[in-house]
Design a binder for this molecule. Structure first.
Ligand code: ATP
Length: 334
C-alpha cells in the first residue's frame, strides 16, 4: 500500500477502530494515496505577506493578503521536510476543506526559485488559549468543545486522524464565536491493521498508546487530548499532565489513572513496556477525580456530569474512550 507507512507480510492485527474502520477503503484510491497526488500550484503573485505571526517546528506562519480581492489570509511557509509529509498535509487539507470547523485551505503556492511550498489558509482572529481558557464557564466549554468534537467526528468519518490536537492548534475567535481546527501537518489516513508512527502529537497531549508504543492506534488518539484539555480548564491546571520528558509524561498519567490499569492496558493488546519504565512507573493507585477539586476551581469542577465526561475521555484503553460522536451525546453536552 503506498501513501502510508504500510506493513508487508504477515503481522498481528490486534486493534481496529470502533468507528469508521474502512473510511478510506470505501473511497477511491486517489482519496488517500497522497504520494501520487498531483498538486496544482496557484499563482504566488496573488499573495503578499503582511506580518509574521508564528513559528512552528515545521513552518513559519505569516498573515497575508490576497491582492486580487483584498481578502486577509494566513501564509504557512513549510520548512524543508520530506516531500511526502508536504503532500500528505495538502491532500488531507483538500479532503477536509469545507468540513465543519476545519480550517479552509484556499490555495497552495511554490516559490519558483527555492521550490519552497506555502499553504494559503483562511485567517482566524484567534485569542490565545492562555488568555481565553481561564475565563471559560461550563457553558463556554460546552459551546467550543461541541465545535471541536464536530470537527473531529467529521475528520474521523473522512478516515483522517489529526494526531496533534492541542490548544495551540485550536483557533478560537470569541467575538464571532468561531472555532477552527488547524495544523494538519501530522495528520494521517487511518487504515486497519497498519502500524503507525508513535512519534506524533506534543508531549503534554500525547495519549497513552503513543507513550507505550502501541502502534495500531486509531481516531481515538484525538479524544485523549480533548479529555486532557477539558480537565485542564475545569480543574484550572494547565496542562493537566505535565511531563518533563516522554517517559515522565506516562508517569504523570499513571499518578492519576493508576499503575494497575496501565498494566492491564498493555497486557490486553500484548504490548511490552520499554525497560526505560522499569524504575519509574511505581505502583500508583487510581486517584479520585474529586481529589482535584479545590477552592480555586470548585465553582466549575464540583460537577458530577463534567467529571463523568472527563473520566470517560481520559481512559488508557483507546477502545474504551468515548468517540467524538459519543462525547457529543454525553449528558454534559445536552
Ligand atoms: N489560519 C490561521 N489563523 C490564525 N492563526 C494561525 C492560523 N494558522 C496558523 N496560525 C498561527 O500560527 C501558529 C503555527 O501554525 P501551525 O500550527 O499550522 O504550524 P506548525 O509549524 O505545524 O506548528 P507546530 O510546530 O507548533 O505544530 C499557530 O499556532 C497559530 O498561532
Amino acid at each position: 500500500m503506498s501513501g502510508s507507512n504500510a506493513n508487508s507480510g504477515s503481522h498481528r492485527v490486534y486493534s481496529v477502530a470502533r468507528v469508521y474502520p474502512d473510511a478510506n477503503e470505501i473511497r477511491p484510491k486517489e482519496y488517500w494515496d497522497y504520494e501520487n497526488h498531483k498538486i496544482e500550484w496557484g499563482n504566488i503573485g496573488n499573495y503578499e505577506i503582511v506580518a509574521k505571526i508564528g513559528r512552528g517546528k515545521y513552518s513559519e506562519v505569516f498573515t497575508g493578503v490576497n491582492v486580487l480581492n483584498n481578502q486577509p489570509c494566513v501564509i504557512k511557509v513549510l520548512k524543508p521536510v520530506k516531500l511526502k509529509k508536504i503532500y500528505r498535509e495538502i491532500k488531507i487539507l483538500k479532503n477536509l476543506t469545507g468540513g465543519p470547523n476545519i480550517i479552509k485551505l484556499l490555495d497552495v503556492i511554490q516559490d519558483p526559485n527555492s521550490k519552497i511550498p506555502a499553504l494559503i489558509c483562511e485567517k482566524i482572529n484567534n485569542v490565545d488559549y492562555r488568555v481565553l481558557y481561564p475565563k471559560f464557564s461550563l457553558e463556554d466549554i460546552k459551546f467550543y468543545f461541541t465545535q471541536l468534537l464536530t470537527a473531529l467526528d467529521y475528520s474521523h468519518s473522512m478516515g483522517i486522524i489529526h494526531r496533534d490536537v492541542k490548544p495551540q492548534n485550536i483557533m478560537i475567535d470569541p467575538v464571532n464565536k468561531k472555532l477552527k481546527l488547524i495544523d494538519w501537518g501530522l495528520a494521517e489516513f487511518y487504515h486497519r491493521g497498519l502500524d503507525f508512527n508513535v512519534r506524533v502529537a506534543s508531549r503534554y497531549h500525547k495519549a497513552p498508546e503513543l507513550l507505550v508504543n502501541l502502534q495500531q492506534y486509531d481516531y481515538s488518539l484525538d479524544l485523549w487530548p480533548v479529555g486532557a484539555m477539558i480537565a485542564a480548564i475545569v480543574f484550572k491546571k494547565e496542562p493537566f499532565f505535565k511531563g518533563d520528558s516522554n517517559n515522565d509524561q506516562l508517569v504523570k498519567i499513571a499518578k492519576v489513572l493508576g499503575t494497575p490499569d496501565l498494566l492491564k492496558y498493555v497486557n490486553k493488546y500484548g504490548v511490552k513496556l520499554s525497560s526505560d519504565y522499569d524504575d519509574i512507573l511505581g505502583n500508583y493507585p487510581k486517584k479520585q477525580w474529586r481529589s482535584f477539586i479545590n477552592e480555586g476551581n470548585k465553582a466549575m469542577s464540583d460537577n458530577a456530569v463534567v467529571i463523568d465526561l472527563i473520566d470517560n475521555l481520559l481512559r488508557y484503553d483507546h477502545q474504551e474512550r468515548l468517540t467524538a460522536k459519543e462525547a457529543m451525546a454525553h449528558p454534559f453536552f445536552q
